[in-house]
Design a protein. Structure first.
Length: 143
């Protein structure tokens, strides 16, 4: 009888874990850098308009490995960094600059160590910067 109860518990637990993984994969699929935007709240800030991102933050650190795989993706790397920052840090740094706005039409950001810019409503980070950022996150998570 004990073996049957233990077997049923293991089977039901595996279904729960599998369902959680599918949910996380579905949320990650919905992430996109276009869900980030700059706005003025007394100072210029970066906002995230992503129910998927908010849900991943609420799930917590267990999603970190899957988010790390997105950090070099030019379409998802910035938002993955923002979600990871919200999961791993209570306080983080954000800065913005309009220095090149008149000449180049860009707003530059530094969000918790990741430098990127916004041009024509699109968030853009250089490939090398995304790659270096991924290395920092791998080191942070494996501490």
């Amino acid at each position: 009888m004990k073996k049957i109860v233990i077997s049923l518990f293991i089977i039901s637990f595996s279904f729960v874990v599998n369902a959680q993984n599918k949910k996380v994969d579905s949320l990650i699929e919905k992430l996109n850098n276009d869900q980030l935007y700059g706005t003025c709240n007394y100072v210029w800030v970066l906002k995230m308009n992503s129910k998927a991102g908010d849900s991943l933050v609420n799930i917590g650190k267990s999603v970190s490995t899957k988010l790390i795989s997105l950090l070099e993706n030019p379409e998802k790397g910035i938002i993955a960094h923002c979600v990871l920052s919200r999961i791993w840090f209570v306080d983080f740094n954000i800065g913005s600059s309009f220095e090149n706005f008149d000449k180049k039409g860009i707003v530059e950001y530094d969000y918790n160590g990741l430098s990127f810019y916004e041009k024509d409503g699109k968030m853009i980070a250089e490939e090398k910067v995304l790659s270096e950022n991924k290395k920092k996150w791998v080191k942070k998570i494996n501490e």
